[in-house]
Design a protein around this ligand. Sequence first.
Ligand code: IMP
Ligand code: MG
Length: 179
Amino acid sequence: MMELAIDNKIFESFIDYELIEKRIRVLAIQINVDYENKTPMIIGVLNGSFIFMADLMKALEISCEVAFLKVSSYKDMQSTGEIKEEYVLNTNIENRDIILIEDIIDTGNTLDYLINKLKTKNPASIKVASLLLKPDALQKEIDEIAYVGFEIGNDFVVGYGLDYNGLGRNTKNIYRLKT
Ligand code: IMP
Ligand code: MG
């Protein structure tokens, strides 16, 4: 599929699944090495991260646990800056090594908020793995960002877990808004 239409918006093919798969294998190797004798708690930020998280987890050979939380800040194609917690983490993370899994880091506001919140629960460490990062949109300095699949421009993207108004998450490839 070369193009995708959602709500009268046209998206064009951008990152193929074969490339995503290859990149995930590299990230997994790094995580396997960095957490060799640890048992990290891998926390998925719903909804967007679920497909990336599943593929990444299957490539991990370390001992690990999973948990989820859900926040939302996006309305239409622009970040609102206001973060709503829709599903709160109910797992004890004290003294645990946390790997937070994101689909995409845009302004960084969501991540900054989440990291500060998690830090109050005294984990041993926090690192972030994000499939995508928009460096030109980033407004915060976040030292915890350790594993990034792809750096992209300020395009709006969908697919492979990412949505536009709730739709488009169920494609293997990633698409970007055609301009
Ligand atoms: P931030 O707080 O601005 O970094 O926004 C992060 C959240 O906005 C991500 O977790 C996504 O859910 C959403 N988001 C940002 N950029 C895109 C995009 O290009 N496509 C789909 N969702 C996006
Ligand atoms: Mg998200």
